[in-house]
Design a protein around this ligand. Structure first.
Ligand code: ADP
Length: 313
């Protein structure tokens, strides 16, 4: 089984409070993250063959992304490099009310050209046809140009007709879309090509105005989603599958340090388990376990040593 994740990985700058004598000085820790990238990393750690599909530049940060992907055993052979370009960047700010605020510089990111160049697209289509499963998100769709996105949609129809499976997380980020309506129409088209939808209820509420999960379940049923998983933080995960609605408890996590990447890592645990033959219920348990490891540490990508040291039972 092999999965390809499509999307964008960015350079991250996050504040670190460092004591300096009598005062405190804010330093920035530099790292790399992105929703589909985070998921790809944890799927690989879950023992499934993964390819990450994006575009990068030829700068040292792009080099480092490739090095990190390779160090996780992730196939980077489908990543194109654009000369003179560099990855997008975001900074995290700790606000006075204890929340985190994100500022992005990603308008020129090479990942925006995913599926855009006809020659490169042809090569990529041939490559993706060999995959058992493709994973993408609403962020992947939001950053693509509309013509490229339309090409991707056409490809997904062909891919599924030939037995490929598509997994999708809406990951709604209002700032990436011209309007909620624009996001809804694009997300709806892609959900109609999703075999597995791994959605976060909060995002669904923001995007569609759902008050209760029922309307989310009904809508995705109408879209033809066969396997619907709804994540709700510490609340039970909902599964709509083969006509049954099942609620799966989320085991308590004793010390939640940072929930960044919770949904992404859940998706990874879920998909790795499903691709290795687990039932959807068992895959949810695996998703919960993967997310529990990640939220017990700071950052979206926790060091391999910490990840594998955490009891997965
Ligand atoms: P997102 O990161 O997309 O906002 P959620 O907050 O719904 O996603 O969380 C995704 C998954 O992470 C949950 O289904 C659960 O497995 C785990 N999780 C998140 N918050 C908690 C928590 N407070 N305690 C235990 N597990 C959690």
């Amino acid at each position: 089984m092999k999965l390809a994740a499509l999307g964008e990985v960015m350079v991250e700058l996050a504040p670190q409070a460092v004591s300096q004598g009598s005062g405190q000085k804010a330093l920035l820790a530099q790292s790399y993250a992105g929703d589909t990238y985070n998921t790809a990393v944890y799927i690989a750690r879950g023992g499934v063959d993964v390819s990450y599909v994006t575009l990068l530049g030829e700068d040292p940060y792009s080099e480092e992304v490739l090095t990190r992907l390779a160090s996780e055993g992730i196939d980077t052979s489908a990543i194109a490099r654009l000369p003179g370009r560099c990855p997008g960047l975001y900074m995290i700010q700790n606000t006075a009310d204890g929340e985190r605020y994100f500022t992005y510089w990603r308008g020129e990111a090479p990942a925006r050209e995913l599926f855009a160049d006809p020659a490169r697209r042809e090569v990529l289509r041939d490559y993706l046809r060999k995959m058992d499963c493709l994973y993408l998100s609403g962020i992947t769709l939001a950053i693509m140009n509309p013509e490229a996105r339309a090409e991707l949609l056409v490809f997904l129809k062909e891919y599924r007709a030939n037995g490929g499976r598509v997994a999708f997380d809406s990951n709604y980020r209002p700032r990436l879309w011209a309007s909620a309506e624009a996001a809804r129409s694009v997300v709806a088209e892609f959900l109609q090509q999703a075999d597995m939808a791994l959605l976060t209820f909060e995002d669904e509420q923001a995007l569609w105005g759902d008050e209760l999960p029922d309307s989310c379940i009904k809508r995705n049923g109408d879209f033809g989603v066969a396997e619907l998983v709804i994540k709700r933080g510490a609340e039970p995960v909902l599964l709509q599958y083969q006509g049954d609605l099942v609620s799966v408890e989320v085991p308590a996590v004793s010390s939640v340090v940072d929930t960044t990447g919770a949904g992404d890592s859940f998706n990874a645990g879920y998909l790795a388990a499903r691709l290795q033959g687990a039932s959807p219920e068992d895959a949810i348990a695996a998703g919960n376990r993967c997310a529990a490891r990640v939220i017990g540490h700071r950052g979206a990508i926790i060091p391999r040593a910490d990840y594998f040291a955490t009891d997965a039972s």
